[in-house]
Design a binder for this molecule. Sequence first.
Ligand SMILES: [Zn+2]
Length: 111
Amino acid sequence: MHEYSVACEIAALVKQTALNARVTKITLAVGALSGIFTESLVMYLDFVLPDMGMNNALVETRDVPATFSCACGVEYVAENIATVCPACGAFTRTIKAGQDCIVESIEVDDD
Ligand SMILES: [Zn+2]
């Protein structure tokens, strides 16, 4: 059910941003570490968006891979959470990308 609350948050944000314009397309960037199942999120948005008056909004998603920054200075994309630094083999790292689910862009029809 986590995706349902995220879908509601996204719909509210889009509505707030678009004001009275008709939303035609929403592009979401879903991080690999966000804990969100893209399919579930899109499914809930299909329910939530019409409820909020956005009937014909197309939802597109883009997967953002998990990117880490190692203490040795190397940045790498991790296949999974257990992937270590390819340069030095260390597991200590900071997350650079892939932690969030964000609304990347909104397209509206002004007519
Ligand atoms: Zn390293």
